[in-house]
Design a protein around this ligand. Structure first.
Ligand SMILES: N[C@@H](CCC(=O)N[C@@H](CS)C(=O)NCC(=O)O)C(=O)O
Length: 220
C-alpha cells in the first residue's frame, strides 16, 4: 500500500474529519503537524495546496486538499466496503449533499466566526455571525429528521465531516439540547464510535477551550 501522509493540526475541524475517516477505514498514516500562519504559507506547502489550508493529504505524491474531497478519495481508493460512502446512486447523492452542506453552510458559518480572529485578531463575535451558526444548526436538525445518521440509517462520511464541525460549535456557543434535540442525540451517538475520542474529541476540546478563552464578547 502507498504511504499516506496527512498535513494538519488537530484544532482544525476539517483535519479532524479526515482523521475520523482514516480511522473508520482503519488506514495507517503519518500525521505531520502544520504550524498555521507560518508553514502553510511556504512555497513548498502552497505547491501542495495553493489555498494554503489544512488538511492536505499526500498519497504517495498525489496531493489532495479540502477535507470533503479527501474523505471521498480515501473511500474510493481504499474502502473495503461501500458502508460509509455507498455506491448506490441515490444514497451516495444524499451523502454528497451532506458533504456540500458541511462545506458551504455548516463549516462556513463556524469559519466566519473564527477566521476574523485567526486572520485579523478580532475577539468580538457579532450577532450576525452567531445567527448564522444557529441557522446552520437548525438546518442540521432538519436534515437529521427522524434518522439516526445525517444521511439516513447508516453512518457515512457525511456524519464524519459534519460532526467534526458541530462538535466545534461550542467554540462560540453552547448547543442547547432543548432547541436542538436531534443534533444532541446524534452527537451522543457519534461519540460512541471507538475512534471518536482520539480522532475528534481531543482536538475539538482543545479548539473549543482555546476559542472560548479568546472572545472578549459574543452576541448571542
Ligand atoms: N473547505 C476546506 C476548509 C479548510 C480550512 O478552512 N482550514 C483552515 C483551518 S480550520 C485553514 O487551514 N486556515 C488557514 C488559513 O486560512 O490560512 C476543507 O474542508 O478542507
Amino acid at each position: 500500500m502507498s504511504k499516506i501522509v496527512l498535513y494538519g493540526v488537530d484544532l482544525s475541524p476539517p483535519v479532524r474529519a479526515v482523521l475520523l475517516t482514516l480511522k473508520a477505514l482503519e488506514l495507517p498514516f503519518e500525521f505531520k503537524e502544520v504550524q498555521l500562519g507560518v508553514q502553510n504559507r511556504t512555497p513548498e506547502y502552497l505547491k501542495m495546496n495553493p489555498q494554503g489550508t489544512v488538511p492536505v493529504l499526500d498519497d504517495n505524491g498525489t496531493y489532495i486538499h479540502d477535507s470533503h474531497a479527501i474523505c471521498i478519495y480515501l473511500c474510493e481508493k481504499y474502502a473495503k466496503t461501500d458502508a460509509i460512502y455507498p455506491k448506490d446512486l441515490v444514497k451516495r447523492t444524499v451523502v454528497n449533499q451532506r458533504l456540500f452542506f458541511d462545506a458551504a453552510v455548516l463549516y462556513k458559518a463556524l469559519w466566519n466566526v473564527s477566521s476574523s480572529f485567526w486572520h485579523s485578531g478580532i475577539t468580538v463575535v457579532v450577532k450576525e455571525k452567531t445567527r448564522n451558526v444557529h441557522a446552520a444548526l437548525q438546518l442540521t436538525e432538519d436534515l437529521l429528521a427522524d434518522n439516526p445518521y445525517i444521511a439516513g440509517d447508516a453512518l457515512s462520511i457525511g456524519d464524519l465531516c459534519c460532526v467534526a464541525t458541530v462538535s466545534s460549535v461550542p467554540a462560540v456557543l453552547d448547543i442547547d439540547p432543548v432547541k436542538y434535540p436531534k443534533v444532541t442525540a446524534w452527537l451522543e451517538r457519534l461519540k460512541k464510535l471507538p475512534y471518536y475520542e482520539e480522532a475528534n474529541n481531543v482536538g475539538a476540546t482543545k479548539y473549543n477551550t482555546f476559542m472560548r478563552s479568546t472572545w472578549t464578547s459574543v452576541e448571542l
